[in-house]
Design a protein around this ligand. Sequence first.
Ligand SMILES: C[S@@+](CC[C@H](N)C(=O)[O-])C[C@H]1O[C@@H](n2cnc3c(N)ncnc32)[C@H](O)[C@@H]1O
Length: 495
Amino acid sequence: MHLVLRCCTKQPRPAFVDRKSFRIIDTAPCFVTTGYRINSWKRLWTSSITATVAKSTVSGGGRTVMEEDAEIDAKSSSKFPLPQVFLQFLQQNGIDPAVYDDAHNLPRYIRLKPQAGVEEIEEIEKDLGVNLSALSWLPGFYSIPPEVQIAGSKSYQEGKIYGMDAASGAAVAALEISPGDHVLDLCAAPGAKLCMLADLLKDSGSLTATDISAHRLAASRTMLIKYDLGNRCRLFLADGTTFSLLPLRGGVDGNATKVEEEKPALDNPDEITKRRYDPTGTLYVDSTVYGEWKGTKTAKEKKAAKRLKYMEDALDRVGGRESELIFYGKASGIVGMKVADVFRSHSLLEDEVSHNGYDKVLVDAECTHDGSLKHISKYEQWGWDTFERRFFNAGRMSSITSLQLQLLRNGFSLLRPGGKIVYSTCSLTKAQNEDVVQKFLDLEPSAELRVIKGSENWPCKNGGLPHTLRFNPSSSKTSGLFIAQIHKHDRLRFE
Ligand SMILES: C[S@@+](CC[C@H](N)C(=O)[O-])C[C@H]1O[C@@H](n2cnc3c(N)ncnc32)[C@H](O)[C@@H]1O
């Protein structure tokens, strides 16, 4: 028998049902009778729990708790207990709450390294204590029962598996990565899709990633290092709506852009000062050269980096530079380049982008995350009033959709003609998906929605615009995700 409870305190889960610590979701409070021993716990939301109680007794209404529990079970197995404020949000956006009915039973998905063979799969199965069930429609992805925790497993710690929802994998697959592609991931953190992109590129092309959140981007850097995928990557802490650096097409082998100086000098403050200022103290073009990226810094290096940051801020003021490079791999083309060249601002003239734009761009945009109950459950901790404040105010909703449009437009401006951009969000709302894409198409005559190769076998539905796709929790058995693949024409659509 099960009671669906929500923890009201930050206390550890107690062994007995205690009215002060818990309240029942979806049922009358009289169902909780104190003094029941908890035999097992199952997590639903971060702080909502299904508890199995050990004994039954007669409660106020003359029915046994067991009878009442059966009623609760019936209710909670067909309906996910959604908070009122979230239900209101769904109603405002025309989303049927039934899409979440099975959300607590969704399988968990893991992705394996592309090179994983049968032996390794068997080893992972042994380690996790479950059979991995391969997804026929998405290579490298496997489903496992929802209760399996992977974070503590040896396979996860050794970088053999990734925790990644299958719908997210589909968004990356929609980019149709080919060897040698130069790829931009404009909202990259915390980096699940970034790692998949790096795995697909293998030892070819280049991967540039930006995100506006420093701590989330640092988490992406940790992922790249953990999985040894950073060799051809550059990570920029930057605003994706204005980021303007093109790929280093000539430099990815680490020698095409090398300059003839004895360096690296970045760690030496004297060198930096000497090289950045003329005798009158006027800032001049930076000619310091990047050495190999070092993860940990000595005290001296930290001091140098601080001075460098000060000077970089000065450069920002005079040169309009906006991005901060927080990681680069050995073959990213950065090693041996002058700082000024790495940050050379591009005018993004058509000619320059035609020759040097990205082949593929992923805009996995910031959104309300309403398609992912894992994300939404965070409001259990932050408070649903935070959700209300953020997303109920009409101004806030319109600012998120305007951010999405700007991200998509800037990503498109960095794409070479003939290239592809994928726009995805984990929102189920039309406002953040079809409406954003339609506005974008109205503004960009050289953009066209395209069929995603292989998607005919995906467990998703058609979106509201041609060739767009929607994953939703109830029918796809994945998190919710909207995906649109857009092609950039050489010439205008209407010519
Ligand atoms: C849906 S998450 C991206 C998830 C990521 N693609 C992954 O697979 O792990 C959206 C991200 O957009 C970032 N973001 C928000 N505004 C941004 C902006 N103006 N420029 C770049 N990134 C932004 C957020 O910090 C957040 O990390």
